[in-house]
Design a protein around this ligand. Structure first.
Ligand SMILES: CC(C)(COP(=O)(O)OP(=O)(O)OC[C@H]1O[C@@H](n2cnc3c(N)ncnc32)[C@H](O)[C@@H]1OP(=O)(O)O)[C@@H](O)C(=O)NCCC(=O)NCCS
Length: 442
């Protein structure tokens, strides 16, 4: 069995963290892992998550779907027995064990976290902190090297050691002004059903994501969410699905998009790319060519793109695009040797690395020895620095921010966030030519 699958089973079965349980018990609250076969508990949990994210009440159909697709995730609920609805959790938390792509076409096992909510009625009593610290303990105890999440607010998770490690670029393109410098597509395009899109997308994404640091394997239920094929999906008919087949007859690209009509002037309608996945430059250029030639569309929008998107070099007029960048995929290193040995490096060197971590998981001093092939080995270090080693002292947030190559250690040194005797040597080691990205939210 794969290491990730083994860890996933152990993670689903793990008991709640004792310290987290004790701290919430002290406040009269009960922290529990939801049994996967308890439909009523699952429905109540899903209602709490919906409320926490400003959504409407879940319909029976949606609740049934949540229950059926919940098996792959570990779900926690915090219950207040003194309230009028003691069966409805006042705190929720979900996580699963996935594979995070890291520099060098490699991957590391990650604990991906989502559905963190606390009812407004129970805010600011330490419920989120207890759940997060407890679940980080659980993941670290199981031997999961990193934790990841996407955020509703950027200020929430630094206190637990998370840092923005892969940024997202959000584009608005004046379609008519953009022009085109790229190759003309030679394959064929076909509209397909959303069901077919959801059937084809997982395998294509799995192939592509290995070359893109920051991408994460997705639970099956997420695909139906994107394709809006799950019961009770919001405006499912608004999504159009297209496949691109290359000259060899292989489907190498898929896109989902929505359109917004402009009734005052039809030619100024808008289109929003929901998800684009392309295996290779031919499919990539072809799909963007297709999108930039949608009739009646004035502005094309796309989010969660890379900060170094090849699209920039496919259009003739770069000022046709307005690009804004936001923090997106957050990473938290839990096990320094395992995390650092999982990725590859750009330059051979020896780094004397001291990491501070208020929660303790990543605290310590190591030597990172990178060989000519870019493989690093990590060993505990006490005493003197190895001869000629580059010294780097940093917090777990800074290490996590630089882990995928999304920020240069020289930039962090200039920002006063790390200490080093040679920022550029350290930066050369950790740099990576492909900036990290994550093409979705979770
Ligand atoms: C964000 C949320 C989960 C916090 O829950 P909570 O139980 O009130 O948080 P805690 O009491 O455990 O507070 C933990 C820390 O976070 C801080 N914090 C809580 N909410 C915050 C916010 N909205 N912005 C900034 N800091 C916040 C607290 O001040 C506290 O800081 P400290 O421990 O360093 O002093 C809750 O506000 C919520 O459910 N919001 C809506 C859903 C959401 O945005 N979830 C996050 C998904 S990414």
């Amino acid at each position: 069995m794969r290491r990730t699958d083994e860890l996933n089973l152990a993670h689903l079965k793990a008991a709640v963290d004792e310290a987290a349980h004790a701290s919430l018990s002290g406040a009269g609250l009960d922290l529990r892992v939801l049994p996967s076969d308890d439909r009523a508990a699952s429905d109540a949990w899903a209602q709490s998550v919906a409320r926490g994210f400003l959504d409407r009440e879940r319909s029976d159909e949606q609740s049934a779907h949540s229950f059926e697709s919940a098996g792959s995730r570990r779900r926690l609920g915090v219950y207040d027995p003194s309230g009028p609805m003691p069966e409805v959790p006042v705190g929720t938390f979900a996580s699963w064990i996935g594979d995070l792509s890291v520099p060098g076409d490699a991957e590391v096992t990650a604990c991906a976290i989502s559905a963190v909510t606390v009812a407004q009625t129970h805010h600011r009593r330490g419920i989120a902190r207890a759940m997060m610290q407890g679940e980080l303990n659980t993941a670290a105890t199981l031997g999961v090297p990193v934790a990841t999440l996407t955020v509703s607010e950027s200020t929430l998770y630094g206190r637990y050691g998370f840092a923005p490690a892969a940024a997202a670029a959000n584009w608005r393109i004046d379609r008519r002004r953009a022009g085109w410098l790229g190759p003309l597509p030679s394959g064929r395009f076909d509209y397909i059903s959303r069901e077919r899109w959801a059937a084809l997308a997982p395998a294509l994404h799995e192939r592509v994501r290995r070359h893109a640091p920051g991408e994460l394997s997705m639970p099956a239920s997420h695909w139906t969410r994107f394709a809006r094929t799950h019961p009770g999906a919001h405006e499912p008919g608004a999504v159009r699905a297209v496949q691109y087949t290359d000259d060899a007859g292989t489907v190498t690209g898929l896109v989902l998009y929505t359109v917004q009509e402009n009734h005052d002037d039809y030619t100024k309608s808008g289109a929003q790319v929901q998800w684009l996945v392309a295996d290779g430059p031919d499919a990539y250029a072809a799909l963007w060519h297709f999108l930039l030639h949608l009739d009646l569309v004035g502005e094309l929008r796309a989010g969660e793109l890379s900060v170094d998107e090849p699209l920039w070099w496919l259009i003739a007029d770069q000022r046709a695009a307005q690009v804004s960048v936001t923090d997106h995929h957050y990473v938290r290193v839990l096990d320094v040797p395992a995390a650092l040995e999982a990725r590859r490096y750009q330059a051979a060197d020896v780094i004397d690395l001291t990491v501070t971590d208020p929660l303790g998981h990543a605290q310590g001093r190591w030597v990172l020895d990178v060989d000519e092939s870019g493989q690093g080995s990590v060993h505990p270090l006490t005493g003197d620095s190895p001869q000629g080693a580059v010294r780097v002292g940093l917090g777990v947030q800074e290490l996590s921010a630089a882990y995928l190559g999304g920020v240069s250690l020289a930039t962090l040194a200039y920002a006063g966030r790390i200490e080093t005797n040679d920022a550029f040597a350290a930066a050369r080691v950790f740099a990576w030519p492909v900036p990290p990205r994550l093409s979705y939210w979770y």
